[in-house]
Design a protein around this ligand. Sequence first.
Ligand code: NAI
Ligand code: MG
Length: 351
Amino acid sequence: MSSPHRIAVVPGDGIGREVTTAALRVLDAVTAAHGIALQYVSLDWSCERYKREGAMMPADGIDRLRDFDAVFLGAVGAPGVPDHISLWGLLIPVRRAFQQYVNLRPVRLFEGVRSPLRETAEGVDLVVVRENTEGEYSEIGGRIHRGFPQEAAIQEAVFTRTGVSRVVDAAFEIAKRRRNYVTSATKSNGIVHTMPFWDEVVAERAAAHGGVRWDQEHIDALCAKVVLQPGRFDVIVASNLFGDILSDLTAAVTGSIGIAPSANLNPEREFPSMFEPVHGSAPDIAGRGIANPVGAIWSAALMLDHLGHPEVGEQIVAAIAAVFAQTSLRTPDLGGKATTAEFTQALVDRL
Ligand code: NAI
Ligand code: MG
């Protein structure tokens, strides 16, 4: 056995805990077979903790994560705690403190999974590369005249040359390992300062990656094309907000948001990267044992890839594909009756 990879596990809230349990079961099964050692440290950082102690994580939370090889997160969010508190109290600080500027969100229509788009979705296999540290999700702004008729809120979008260049470079590098095609999501017709700047930097960086075909689409038209011709896309690079919205859309196109995985990557490996399903804590189905675990399990596969075991990550994705193609086992979000545990067991058996 090689020396263990140290993983901070944050199950979080709602179905976050259920899908994390499922993902760790799959990880244990597959790593044992390959002599890979993972050492988990579980952290109870969550809305439960917020209700108890007034904070999603301890004051030195970021420092406590710093020496891990990766962070594995379920989801955070609970009724009674405002969503901006749960998001800004844990997830966004981790993404920023660890410069996880690439939010990688692969999307694939698995054989045997029905897309709501019966006519157009065949062969969808794309990756959304979302900028994850700046853009529209900025802390610059404020509220004034609270409670008065003239109350106002201002929020500035912040796009830096460093921030745009590095995520666009990452998108082009990813495209070189796929089908050599990048689409940039923009809105430079309506948003007149930041988006023309985004376009300029994209064009500049594209020139440095000869051999990769690229184009750009306004986000509204792009949404329509993702519905009408999702199969034509390979890598879509987008700002923080556009990438967030697009990846829920692309996930839905391939059957369910419950399938979609994500990696928050610090490509320089100066800091730990974080892996989590795209979905949230789903309070509407939490506690019933019926959450689709695939998003979390596929995220675990992305984590193995990042930790230097791409072939093992691939094996997990192949097992997911095989269960979909060869069995009728589906969780309710995909029209079936299987529980989280039953689906997970089928995967473990396959592995
Ligand atoms: P959500 O993703 O939790 O749920 C949206 C819909 O999809 C719900 O109907 C839910 O039942 C369904 N769904 C989601 N994941 C599923 C799965 N694995 N299997 C089956 N069905 C699934 O998004 P929503 O409702 O907007 O947010 C709920 C809470 O989660 C909020 O507090 C929100 O802030 C938080 N959230 C947290 C995220 C994170 O931790 N990264 C991301 C998105 C939302
Ligand atoms: Mg989202």
